[in-house]
Design a binder for this molecule. Structure first.
Ligand SMILES: [Zn+2]
Length: 374
């Protein structure tokens, strides 16, 4: 290939390869694809990989990630499952309980990393009971014990299919003042909040307002100073997107506007500028990519509000890169349907903006309160 002709051929080949790679990148980005706004290092029984192996899975495709455990521990009740050791909440009827040690575990995992690697993670506090008036005190104590570590709180849950009813003690509620004190404190300290709250009960009927919508909107409106990411757009495995059947008459249409309509009315409400949505979880992706129409309708809303959505995997204790990247790949049709700007912001820009701001605010809060708290 050392002749001028060979060189030309090599150049031509190189051009073909590069433009092919560029075309691929437009389809599904391949390098520095996303920042992960929703990532569980550990599972419901506190098992999971070391953060250093997660870093290997992230490689160059994922520049930054949140880092949290699960607020709950699944009890292994011998009377219930005998020698079978449950590892997921669906594995047994035994209760879940709040497991505060998760916060120390996450902090120590973070601290085990060299500084350059630490800069890629946003650790989150989750080990509190949102029905406990002392929960905010726990969060303050974690910040004081591990200064320089945490950027937010969550993912924690109020209403979550299968899970809420298994939590030991008083059920969490959107109207509990304990939750208000948590969100008020998060606003004061600059902590980003990732809140899981199903918008509706499982298998709800069409044309009926989702049961938790009114309470959720009131809660969000009470905390304009707090950055709140509503996880999974309020959906779940069997908490389906709210449906409105256009033919049911004007009265019915007023009662329910459909999931995307609900989301868009929140995005347009000036009293809810502090509210964001994450599209994490394969269970959410399944609704978005169900048909070409659902992809187009979802993309249209994100394109109109590109600053308000974040991608996350919702991976839990991933053992390999295939399971880690599955949700991102599932969303390939959505990535294609978004404008370049909306895609870049949903995959990375909004994460960077929210968490960069949180980092500096929380560090400032920590230094202002360092002596007072200890
Ligand atoms: Zn999650």
């Amino acid at each position: 290939m050392n002749t001028p002709h060979g060189l030309g051929l090599a150049l031509a080949l190189l051009l073909v390869t590069t433009s092919h790679a560029a075309a691929q990148r437009n389809d599904v980005p391949r390098s520095d694809d996303f920042y992960d706004s929703h990532f569980h290092l550990t599972n419901y029984v506190q098992h999971g990989p070391d953060v250093s192996s997660v870093l290997r899975i992230m490689g160059t495709r994922v520049g930054r990630s949140t880092l949290f455990g699960i607020p709950f521990q699944q009890t292994w009740a011998y009377a219930n499952s005998g020698d079978y050791a449950p590892s997921y909440y669906l594995d047994t009827d035994a209760p879940l309980y709040y497991y505060s040690f998760t916060d120390a575990w996450i902090a120590m995992q973070y601290r085990s990393l060299p500084q350059a690697a630490q800069a890629r993670f946003e650790p989150m506090i989750t080990g509190f009971n949102p029905a406990d008036m002392y929960a905010a005190e726990h969060i303050r104590r974690v910040l004081a014990t591990f200064p320089g570590v945490f950027s937010g709180i969550g993912e924690f849950s109020i209403h979550k299919e299968f899970v809420s009813s298994k939590a030991a003690g008083e059920g969490a509620s959107l109207t509990n003042p304990a939750l208000d004190s948590i969100l008020t404190f998060a606003g004061e300290a600059g902590l980003v909040v990732i809140l899981h709250n199903d918008i509706d009960r499982p298998f709800a009927k069409a044309n009926v307002e989702p049961v938790y919508l009114t309470q959720m909107k009131a809660l969000l409106r009470r905390h304009p100073e707090t950055t709140i990411i509503w996880a999974h757009v309020g959906l779940g495995r069997i908490v389906h997107p709210a449906q409105s059947q256009g033919t049911a008459g004007a009265g019915a249409a007023e009662r329910s506007e459909g999931q995307l309509g609900i989301v868009e009315s929140i995005l347009q409400d000036p009293a809810m500028r502090h509210v964001y949505f994450d599209i994490s979880w394969d269970e959410v992706a399944k609704y978005v990519v169900a048909t070409p129409q659902t992809v187009q309708r979802t993309a249209a809303v994100i394109n109109r509000h590109p600053d308000r959505f974040l991608f996350g995997t919702d991976a839990m204790a991933p053992a390999d890169s295939a399971s880690y990247y599955a949700v991102f790949e599932m969303y390939a049709p959505l990535w294609r349907a978004l404008t370049a700007d909306a895609s870049a912001k949903t995959r990375k820009g909004n994460f960077a903006r929210l968490f960069d701001a949180a980092r500096s605010k929380v560090r400032a809060w920590e230094s202002a309160h360092a002596t007072a708290e200890r």
